[in-house]
Design a protein around this ligand. Structure first.
Ligand code: CP
Ligand code: NVA
Length: 316
């Protein structure tokens, strides 16, 4: 049966660990300049309804490095733009390629595409989740905040890691909730009132947390949660598709900026994360983004290895 990666929750704890360990081995092979080409002859279609730098390039390069090929399909050039349905698009693509990455305006369109296609479907960002980004970020957290023994990531690596996310309860916050729940981490999502993460995902994450020992909290106070955190994560205040709310959001989110003053209240060795692109001077200052605590370009780099692992895992 085909397997998708549309939500972080599409992977069980065991499967997610398997993907992270595959990423570890791909990264190590890459360092040693060893080829790893399990996807020779496979072709990935990449449908993008929104702009992208990192996701697009890392999937395309990742696929080529795995021995396969990728075709970038902007929605503006597909018949989708002229009203062809997602279902007919999915059926058509299923005749030609081996898998689909899609960045979509509506999460439900990705589900629909998957329902009508025999191929593995990967969510390259939707309004609800950004699972590839967050799984890759978990990998970065482990690399930076835990000791990987015997070249293997285990559940022990996640123990006692505390993450604070400050900002909008958006797609990144939603995927972080599910990932922290699955791996048993401690996560506080700190947003202004009314901008909390998706309610259904929050409930689901808290339910998973009961099994895994994760600690999930929502807060509106940026100062209290950051004090004993190991990781501080933020994202833009105005996600793609929310541009009309720009002025209002800028005012409401001001107290949630990640700046040096906030960092002065945190542990010295705290790492600062951002999925990028950043709006410097809004959710994060340049001083912090370019400062010694920032690991944002490690995050960028790891997208390549974790997505190669996801592709290898789903295309098996
Ligand atoms: N972080 C991320 O997904 O970046 P892009 O929008 O450039 O793909
Ligand atoms: N929350 C942001 C993430 C961009 C990678 C957005 O959806 O625009």
């Amino acid at each position: 049966m085909k397997k998708d990666f549309i939500s972080i929750a599409d992977l069980s704890q065991k499967e997610a660990l398997e993907v992270l360990n595959l990423a570890l081995s791909i990264k190590s092979k890459n360092k040693r300049r060893l080829k790893f080409q399990p996807l020779k002859g496979k072709i990935l279609a990449m449908i993008f309804e929104k702009p992208s730098t990192r996701t697009r390039v890392s999937f395309e390069v990742g696929m080529l490095k795995l021995g396969g090929n990728a075709i970038f399909l902007s929605d503006k050039e597909l018949q989708l733009k002229r009203g062809e349905t997602i279902v007919d698009t999915a059926r058509t693509l299923s005749q030609y390629v081996d898998g689909i990455v899609i960045r979509a305006n509506r999460h439900k369109d990705i589900i629909e595409l998957s329902t009508h296609s025999d191929l593995p479907v990967i969510n390259g960002l939707s309004d609800l989740e950004h699972p590839c980004q967050v799984l890759s970020d978990v990998f970065t957290v482990i690399e930076k905040k835990s000791e990987i023994k015997n070249k293997k990531i285990t559940l022990d690596n996640f123990k006692n890691i505390k993450i604070t996310y400050i900002g909008d309860g958006d797609n990144i916050a939603n995927s972080l909730l599910l990932a922290s729940a699955i791996f048993g981490m401690q996560l506080t999502i700190c947003t202004p009132k009314g901008y909390e993460p998706d309610r259904e995902i929050t409930v689901k994450s808290k339910n998973i947390a009961e099994q895994t020992g994760a600690v999930i909290e929502l807060s509106n106070n940026p100062l209290t949660s950051v004090k004993d955190s190991d990781v501080l994560y933020t994202d833009v205040w105005v996600s793609m598709g929310k541009e009309t709310e720009y002025e209002t959001r800028l005012k409401i989110f001001q107290p949630y900026q990640v700046n040096q003053k906030l960092l002065n209240m945190a542990k010295k060795n705290l790492i600062v994360m951002h999925c990028l692109p950043a709006h410097r001077g809004e959710e994060i200052t340049s001083e912090v983004l370019d400062g010694p605590n920032s690991v944002v370009f490690d995050q960028v780099k790891n997208r390549l290895y974790v997505q190669q692992a996801i592709l290898t895992y789903l295309f098996r």
